[in-house]
Design a protein around this ligand. Structure first.
Ligand SMILES: Cc1cc2nc3c(=O)[nH]c(=O)nc-3n(C[C@H](O)[C@H](O)[C@H](O)COP(=O)(O)OP(=O)(O)OC[C@H]3O[C@@H](n4cnc5c(N)ncnc54)[C@H](O)[C@@H]3O)c2cc1C
Length: 447
């Protein structure tokens, strides 16, 4: 632990009433989310270290919310009453080499799990742009990476263990629980506290990452599917300010025999040094590029563990549309370039394979995600989001659950065919609404 963090924690601890070593509580200081754009509404934050401690907490309090690594940009993780941070439930529980699964506590970060898995000869199918996020918090919001053949991170889940508000422990398994399992995985933090997650793993692999600059929009228009299929994971970064995509990041799995990429890629030129998606920022924080082979977890995310991902002080929004509509949707947003430009750091375009998880934005739909990393200028951004949502309306865009959107609950309901069933499921596991917060009441339960 860094000295400064230790001192902050120690002084907070001294100011706070201690309940027990296993359900520590820090009070008197409200936490903010990672980007600092919002402060959570309570200063009561508990840090349980065991299932039993969570069971005690849910019995002792009426209302509460699970908190992961605080990387969401909206109030999905907020509570006016009690926050139960899962960050100290962070261990690898077991690796089943025969079944190819790993079981972890929900609060573990991908960046801690990944090297552990790799050491044992295993890997996950994909990672998000950053490794700093918790497994349970990521699957709760259907967090994703890129790749036409890669489902979001929640698609790797094969089993879950939750503590629900009545204090009991429930299990969901892909093999045994059918639709209930599909309902629980992208759970929006609404069903209970995810204490354990079992993930499918595969033999470890290497990845080479190449970046190309200035891909003409005309090429994108004519060859979109070929471009996004040119690697295991492909990301397109654009600021919508020119007739080119600024950077194309191609991550290819490498068995030691793959050839180097050509110097040209659909009219884009190979970068000659490591780049940051926001060209002006130092690439020091970014994973190695230039086609140098590296471990899967050191190439699939764009940003390195131990370094600040993305820009830092920012806002994010993201919308999922069917891949078949990608070119039309991209050109629709390009037409808003002048309005968007002054408030944007960068946009990223990624693909995600279809899945069957009830609340996943990619349910039954091979998807393209249009992402926006905004400057922290909410007054302006909140006026731009409705314009973007209107442009994407023909494609029935679904927003990322952890990012900022302005779509009405009625529109959301119309875009999630399983939303009504999901509500019933939540009512079964949390009949008194003890895990509900304003975000869930507004976006899920108000229609
Ligand atoms: C710099 C940056 C880059 C990002 N890149 C990507 C990206 O590449 N792809 C992408 O899809 N998203 C991305 N995101 C968004 C991020 O992945 C999601 O917001 C994700 O949910 C963050 O996980 P978390 O643990 O921080 O969740 P939190 O914000 O802490 O919580 C999110 C939700 O999960 C619930 N929750 C957390 N832990 C538990 C638990 N144990 N049990 C039950 N519920 C729980 C909370 O109640 C809440 O509803 C990025 C965010 C940032 C800040």
């Amino acid at each position: 632990m860094k000295r400064k963090t230790f001192i902050t924690l120690s002084s907070t601890l001294m100011a706070a009433p201690i309940i027990s070593p296993f359900e520590r509580m820090f009070q008197n200081k409200k936490l903010k989310n990672w980007s600092g754009n919002l402060e959570y509404s309570t200063d009561k934050v508990f840090y349980p270290q065991s299932v039993e401690a969570i069971q005690k907490l849910v019995k002792a309090h009426d209302k509460y919310k699970a908190l992961g690594t605080r990387h969401c940009f909206n109030r999905i993780a907020d509570s006016k009453d009690n926050l139960i941070s899962m960050t100290e439930m962070n261990k690898v529980v077991s690796l089943d080499e025969k079944e190819q699964t790993v079981t972890v506590e929900g609060g573990i970060k991908y960046g801690i799990l990944a090297p552990h898995l790799d050491e044992k000869g295993f890997a996950l199918h994909n990672l998000a742009s950053l490794p700093h996020i918790s497994v349970a918090g990521s699957i709760a919001t259907a967090t994703h990476g890129s790749g036409v053949g890669n489902g979001n991170l929640a698609t790797a889940v094969t089993a879950l263990e939750l503590v629900i508000p009545d204090g009991s422990v429930v299990h969901f398994s892909k093999n045994k629980d059918g639709e209930n399992f599909l309902a629980a995985v992208v759970g929006l933090g609404a069903l209970g506290f995810v204490t354990k997650v079992t993930l499918h793993v595969e033999p470890t692999y290497m990845v080479k990452q190449n970046v190309f600059v200035k891909l003409p929009m005309t090429q994108l228009k004519d060859h979109f599917n070929e471009i996004v299929s040119a690697g295991y994971s492909v990301s397109l970064f654009t600021d919508w300010q020119s007739d080119s995509i600024n950077e194309v990041w191609i991550k290819r799995r490498d068995d030691g025999t793959s050839k180097n990429m050509e110097a040209q890629f659909y009219g884009a030129k190979a970068a000659t040094k490591n780049l940051h998606p926001i060209a002006e920022l130092s690439a020091e924080n970014c994973t190695e590029q230039l086609g140098v082979a590296g471990k899967w977890y050191e190439r699939l995310p764009h940003f390195k563990m131990g370094f600040t991902p993305s820009s830092g002080v920012e806002l994010q929004s993201e919308y999922f549309i069917p891949q078949v509509n990608a070119v039309d949707a991209i050109f629709a947003i390009q037409r808003l370039g002048k309005q968007i430009g002054p408030h944007l750091f960068i946009s990223e375009i990624r693909t995600i394979a279809a899945d069957d998880l009830w609340m996943s934005p990619c349910r039954h739909q091979a998807s393209v995600a249009l992402h926006f990393t905004w400057k922290q200028e909410w007054d302006s951004v909140q006026k731009l989001l409705p314009l973007i949502e209107k442009e994407l309306e023909p494609y029935k865009a679904r927003p990322h659950w952890g990012k900022l959107f302005t779509m009405s609950p009625k529109v959301l309901t119309s875009r999630y065919e399983k939303l009504e069933d999901f509500k019933k499921m939540v009512e079964m596991y949390d009949p008194k609404g003890q895990m509900r917060n304003e975000f869930l009441n507004t976006n899920i339960f108000s229609t």
